[in-house]
Design a protein around this ligand. Sequence first.
Ligand code: ADP
Length: 259
Amino acid sequence: WLPVLVGGVIFQEQPRQMVTFVLDNSARKELEQRKDDFISMANHELKTPLTAVKLQIQLARKRFEKHSQHEANTALARVEGPVKQLERLITELLDVSRMQAGGLEYRREQVIFDELLRETISTIHHLHPSHTILVRGSVQPTLMGDRDRLGQVFTNLLSNAIKYSPDAQTVEIDLSASDDAVTIHIRDHGLGIPRELRDKIFERFYRVTDFKRKAIPGLGMGLYIVDKIVKHHGGAISVDSAVGKGSTFTVTLPLMRDV
Ligand code: ADP
């Protein structure tokens, strides 16, 4: 808008230009705010597990010096959790930056959907043994796509269903298939998502930061990655939710599609 003001020629254009400026400015402010939030969240999310790793290693070293090998081993075993957490965050950060640069590569292979889902559920169940994952239906046909990336979609959605349900222990999965697509509903009975934020949660680095979610870790990358992978496979993702009651994420993927 500056050249218009300097030239002062197209005065009639000025109100429109000013509106554009105001909108741009508030969008820029939101973006900057999100960037600041991300940096402080990333700082916290990366440093917390790193501090835990450092502490346990120091402890193990001290215990080794005192010749208590068993206790040293116990301390070292405690490193595993935070190291996995760091690994997941770093992988997601790299995925996001590759996606931004348009450089994420996908394999194209035959995927036996039921098998993939069974494996994903058993991994998640191993991490959260006190939760019940209820599966209804099955999907016989195969999909064409990247097995690991599709696994990432369900791992993320199931982890979120558990993570954002601090007081509920059951997650339900409903599977169905038509002639040309499979549909997966993942339903939890957790915190839910306010209606006005249901599109935003798929944006990069967007997190809902209400009081109940403050202590729940995350960087707002999961659903952005999930959405991109689903779209790459020609599918769609949507969410239905009621605050305080729970959410249902629905993924539809076309069958045997060339990607
Ligand atoms: P993160 O979990 O790291 O914040 P995601 O991209 O996976 O990142 O999710 C974005 C936001 O969407 C989260 O901050 C959370 O508030 C909300 N969300 C995602 N899944 C659920 C769910 N199953 N129930 C309630 N809220 C959810």
